[in-house]
Design a protein around this ligand. Sequence first.
Ligand SMILES: [Zn+2]
Length: 67
Amino acid sequence: MKTRPGVCRRKARYASVAEALTIAQQAEITLRPYRCNLCKQWHLTSRTKGMKLPAFEVARRRAEKAN
Ligand SMILES: [Zn+2]
């Protein structure tokens, strides 16, 4: 995903995907980590359309369906 410089500056950065995923799991909305091409670190995006969902989100949705 291409990141515009303004978006990169404004967003929180995570040094690793594991760190980004930890934050994503705590969020109320679906967030997906992606590698930024500008800072080479990780940001979170709520735009998950057409993207592969993170494993925890797949598990969460599966659990909701089971109820
Ligand atoms: Zn960035």
